[in-house]
Design a binder for this molecule. Sequence first.
Ligand code: NAP
Ligand code: FE
Length: 364
Amino acid sequence: MLYLPTRIFMGSGALSQARSYISKQGKKALIVTGKSSAHKSGVLAELLPLLKAEGIAHSVFNKVRENPDLGCVMAGKDQFLCTGCDFIIAIGGGSPLDAAKAISLAAANMLSEDQLYDETLRKKSFRIVAIPTTHGTGSEVTQYSVLTNTKTKIKAGFGSDLIFPRLAIVDGRYMTSLSITVSLNTSMDALSHLLEGIYSTNRQPLLFPMIARGIGLIIKNLPLCLKEPDNLPAREALAQASLWGGVAIAHTSTTLQHAIGYPFTTEFGAPHGLANAMFLKQIMRLYAPKIKPELSQLFDKIGMDQEEFLAWLDSFPIQLKVDLSGIKLDEWIAQILSSRNIQISPVIPTADELREIIKSVQKG
Ligand code: NAP
Ligand code: FE
């Protein structure tokens, strides 16, 4: 079964194509974004005149930091309600997009920090228009919001059909301002999502051709984009791969591949894409024996075998080594094994196997 309620506009000029649809979303938008992405990407310069011409008022909430926490969501909810907004336009990477989704639910259902993860309390939402400025999360087409609980330092996602964006406006021009590091890390996130579309026990064979195409686009265009950040066709290809990755996980959810990276982000500040990337090889090797037919079908389509693919991965600086000596690994392992991503992983490792995988990134 496939389900995707988001209307997608892609390519140069996607925002103008979406104009009449944007004007139907509401009368006053809360623009949810980070400190700099809405400006650097060029989105704001194109969006503000469009809103003015359509008679849509706005209020800007630009306080979303990387890996947003529940406190940020509450501040966004307060601003949404105090300024009389009736829909949200999210601009940025996955962080602002995910924060926007949670703000929409919190404002519509008057949820407190502690109530956000309680699905019985989610009855309605405010509409969301998502404009991604990174090519990694695919959050513009997913029902997920990934947030960090500042008190427990646990990063965890939730999913609700109520927070699928109404509109996704995906334009590679908004991504040419990304740094080389963010370009690499976010592409690795997209690659993880595409692979997880095959790994997950919820895999949908109907999506396999799209997944193989997305991985092929990353293999061809990522090296090009890192050399020539302004290369628009390469950015558009990566934006497309990221979108396909989002469509994939919207149907399958993410697996241990994601769960294992979350504590590295909360403890060591590892960017999300890098936290996935540092375990891509280990997870593929763990899962491979259980999903041989699916993987060989994928590798046939992309014209590489598994070892060639892993060697290709090695050509990028994605190996973060960290000092694990002060870490209570038993607590991490319990947290990872109890996350919602685990049950749909094709192989659930034992605590000892997981410890070995984690220790593979030990410094020294
Ligand atoms: P991000 O945290 O949104 O942004 C990373 C950095 O890139 C920020 O410093 C941001 O700047 C900057 N930036 C963004 N766009 C830019 C542009 N066009 N030009 C220059 N700088 C730009 O990164 P992300 O990797 O896209 O998102 C990661 C988050 O998404 C994580 O919390 C992850 O868990 C979540 N995620 C969600 C899903 C989902 O389905 N919902 C899937 C995977 C991951 P500013 O902060 O200054 O604006
Ligand atoms: Fe991700």
